[in-house]
Design a protein. Structure first.
Length: 262
């Protein structure tokens, strides 16, 4: 009876697992299949083809949007890491009350609705007479990326031993040299995590970008949105499939790469 009960319990667990996997990845699998469909119909199979991928890479509009997306994501993440790391160091050195107060203010942009942030930034740019375009998108992405960097760096700063920094200063190192040789290696994992998180958030953002972009410039998210409104093309399926496979490969490399022994 115990063996039968264990079998039933294991069967139910496996059924739930299969159901969850199908629920999450069936739409992506459908999109991947449609990216190789020779017909533009979503319900009729017209044969296997790769012409949508060829059309994707030959489209200057999509390639420009991809270049703009990657450039904004990289530059905004890099600037946000520098500002956010400096802000985290300053906040960490404060007394408990102002530190808690500033951390609470820092967390507001992450909890705030994206549409509120997007409209606020758009109104701010208009009020200061800044024309919407590439620069406004970049500033907006830097703005909402900084809190994520601070959130990633702060735990590593709390784990850092201040006495090592003071010892380096006593041994004749300058404040800059002591920081990069003693403190920075300790917080480097947090800095890298903040950069990757900011890069991901920038790539994924649509709402804030939609409100702060000008005419004639698109990121992948805004381009896909405009294509959906006019009737989505199969080349968008191909683009989404490539993005998914790229993320999947990176995750597999990260999870299954051999770890160094300490």
């Amino acid at each position: 009876m115990n063996r039968k009960t264990a079998f039933i319990k294991r069967f139910i667990q496996d059924f739930y697992l299969v159901f969850i996997v199908l629920f999450l990845y069936a739409p992506i699998a459908t999109m991947t299949v449609l990216s190789f469909n020779n017909s533009k119909s979503r319900t009729q199979w017209g044969g296997f083809t790769t012409r949508w991928y060829t059309e994707l890479f030959s489209s200057s509009t999509i390639m420009d949007a991809l270049y703009t997306t990657l450039l904004i994501a990289f530059v905004s993440s890099l600037v946000a890491v520098m500002i956010g790391t400096a802000a985290a160091i300053a906040i960490n050195s404060m007394k408990p009350f102002p530190r808690s107060f500033l951390m609470g203010i820092t967390n507001i942009p992450m909890l705030n609705a994206d549409i509120v942030t997007g409209i606020s930034l758009m109104l701010a740019f208009i009020a200061f007479g800044i024309s919407l375009g590439f620069n406004t998108i970049l500033i907006a992405h830097i703005t909402f990326n900084i809190p994520y960097v601070i959130l990633s760096v702060m735990p590593k700063l709390k784990q850092t031993d201040k006495s090592t920094y003071e010892a380096a200063m006593d041994l004749g190192a300058t404040s800059v040299s002591a920081f990069f040789k003693v403190v920075f290696p300790d917080i480097l994992p947090g800095v890298l995590s903040g950069f990757l998180l900011a890069f991901t958030m920038s790539l994924d953002d649509f709402i804030i970008t939609h409100f702060t972009k000008g005419a004639g410039i698109n990121t992948l998210s805004t381009l896909i949105y405009s294509e959906v409104r006019r009737g989505i093309k199969p080349s968008m399926y191909a683009l989404s499939t490539i993005i998914f496979l790229t993320v999947l490969v990176l995750l597999l490399i990260t999870n299954f790469a051999p770890k160094r022994k300490k």
